[in-house]
Design a protein around this ligand. Structure first.
Ligand code: UDX
Ligand code: ADP
Length: 480
């Protein structure tokens, strides 16, 4: 029986391996991690990540051909294919700090693979990494290999959180990059056979290693660019009286453009977009491509601008001060249907409001209190981030509650920062009655019915929508 081992039981490794196990009864899949609490959670009824549909998949395979373990070395030694899905955060210090990927975890995983292997193996890059990482990893493996053959493949994951199971079940494409040698081609075929258990052959694309690595960065850069483009338009819509949803609808009808990923928002978040673009910027700079680097940098800068602009809207609408005022924050996750907060726009918005001494009351249906407080306590990496967004937490200014009505009770304003479905159907009449007057709603996700809320009496700001007379003459752009 073929054995697969995945190093790293995170948002990518966990669901991806569960899906392989579900679809490949003839393959044993072990997911290993150095973090014992994470592995314990994967082995419990309370999985470490919230992802619709994941519980059922894990239940169906766990103990059958899907195993979670901290015995990293044993499972790596036994495996025919080793996926590496460890974290690759942005480097915090040293050369390339703030942009380059930190490959410490990757390197230590590679060295460990070389140390414990006694049979030939295929090593698969699953985490997003800079272009040419495979080459570096290949060197580490082959210089420490004791005669064992390693084939490196790049197999970037395109799943989005919140829809991971769907994305894995019916991927638009599976990408496999490898060496163009006979052994490289053989390794590509072996991995292709795994996916072919459930993915139609014409959706499995093979190419050279660097193309596969770059394709992942390129896909995320283009997706993020669409959001920054529409967010840039949202500012212009507010200035001119156009409605960004109407503009996006009209634009998306062009089949060359397409309708998806054109929702204006308070800003994109998530573990990938910013990190991957910064990575791309760094690679461009290292290759002397300054203009190209600056082009992509601008996508991140517009995202920062959008978050800062939102904070400015809140503060200027509320008589230019939120000092001492209770503000409800509805939603903290970086998107709906996930408990993940990595790079969430909510973090910057909350920091901005805390910087202006607001009293925040935060509600999110999936993110824990501890996570929110931890996120707000950490100082943000300053890479071209506006100074006023870089405030560290004074916990006196934040409370985290488990009920949206408690969060909004007595508040001067409500900020909707994640598009959770439940925010569409809250009892806004009841919320209005319990709030200070004038009562403000700032919708960073365009989930509420603006006209309904205005009828109730709220002063409403919705990203990229025609402005309330109240907000109209107040300054819109953050100071540079
Ligand atoms: C992304 C890519 O979609 C995925 O292919 C890759 O593997 C990892 O990165 P993810 O970060 O999980 O996935 O979520 P995604 O759905 O792409 O959303 C990213 C951010 O963009 C979220 O904060 C979301 O709210 C925001 N977004 C998305 C918008 O603001 N507007 C949109 O129209 C779409
Ligand atoms: P992603 O979103 O890319 O899946 P996560 O941060 O959710 O990233 O998961 C990465 C996982 O990799 C973490 O659980 C971490 O403990 C694990 N990890 C990092 N380095 C190693 C290593 N050398 N051996 C085993 N697990 C590792």
């Amino acid at each position: 029986m073929m054995k697969i081992c995945c190093i790293g039981a995170g948002y990518v490794g966990g669901p991806t391996m569960a899906m392989i196990a579900l679809n490949c009864h003839d393959i044993d899949v072990a997911v290993v991690d150095i973090a014992a609490p994470r592995i314990n959670a994967w082995n419990s009824s309370n999985l470490p990540i919230f992802e619709p549909g994941l519980d059922d998949v894990v239940k169906a395979c766990r103990g059958r051909n899907l195993f979670f373990s901290t015995d990293v070395e044993k499972h790596v030694a036994e495996a025919d294919i080793v996926f590496v899905s460890v974290n690759t955060p942005t480097k915090l210090r040293g050369l390339g700090a703030g942009k380059a990927a930190d490959l410490t975890y990757w390197e230590s995983a590679a060295r460990m693979i070389a140390d414990v292997s006694t049979t030939d193996k295929i090593v698969v890059e699953k985490s997003t990494v800079p272009v040419k990482t495979a080459e570096a990893i290949e060197k580490i493996l082959n210089h420490n290999s004791n005669g064992i053959q390693f084939q490196i493949l790049s197999n970037p994951e395109f799943l989005a959180e919140g829809t991971a199971i769907e994305d894995l079940m019916k991927p638009d494409r599976v990408l496999i990059g490898g060496r163009e040698t006979p052994d490289g081609k053989k390794a590509i075929e072996t991995l292709k056979d795994v996916y072919a258990h459930w993915v139609p052959a014409d959706r499995i694309i093979t190419m050279n290693l660097w193309s596969a690595e770059l394709s992942k960065l390129a896909a995320n850069a283009l997706l993020a660019q669409r959001i920054s483009s529409v967010n840039a338009m949202s500012a212009l819509c507010e200035a001119t009286g156009a409605d960004v949803s109407e503009v996006a609808y009209a634009v998306g009808k062009d089949s060359r453009i397409g309708p998806r990923f054109l929702n204006a928002s308070v800003g994109y978040g998530g573990s990938c977009f910013q990190k991957d673009i910064l990575n791309l910027v760094y690679i461009c700079e290292c290759n002397g491509l300054t203009e190209v680097a600056n082009y992509w940098k601008q996508v991140v800068q517009i995202n920062d601008y959008q978050k800062a602009r939102f904070v400015k809207r809140v503060v200027s609408s509320m008589f230019n001060t939120v000092s001492g005022k209770k503000i409800a924050i509805l939603g903290f996750a970086f998107k709906k249907d996930t408990g993940d907060t990595r790079e969430t726009a909510a973090m910057d918005v909350c920091r901005g409001l805390i910087g202006d001494k607001a009293q925040l009351s935060i509600y999110d249906p999936q993110v824990t209190r501890e996570q929110i407080l931890r996120d707000l306590a950490v100082d943000k990496l300053d890479w071209d981030h506006p100074r006023h967004l870089q405030q560290s937490l004074n916990s006196k200014h934040v409370s985290v509650v488990s009920d949206p009505y408690e969060a909004t009770k007595g508040a001067h304003g409500v900020c909707i920062l994640t598009e959770w479905d439940e925010f569409k159907t809250l009892e806004y009449e009841r919320i209005y009655k319990s709030m200070q007057k004038p009562a403000f709603v700032f919708d960073g996700r365009n989930v509420i019915d603006v006209n309904e809320l205005r009828k109730i009496g709220f002063i409403v700001y919705s990203v990229g929508k025609p402005l309330d007379p109240w907000v109209k003459d107040l300054p819109a752009a953050p100071p540079s």
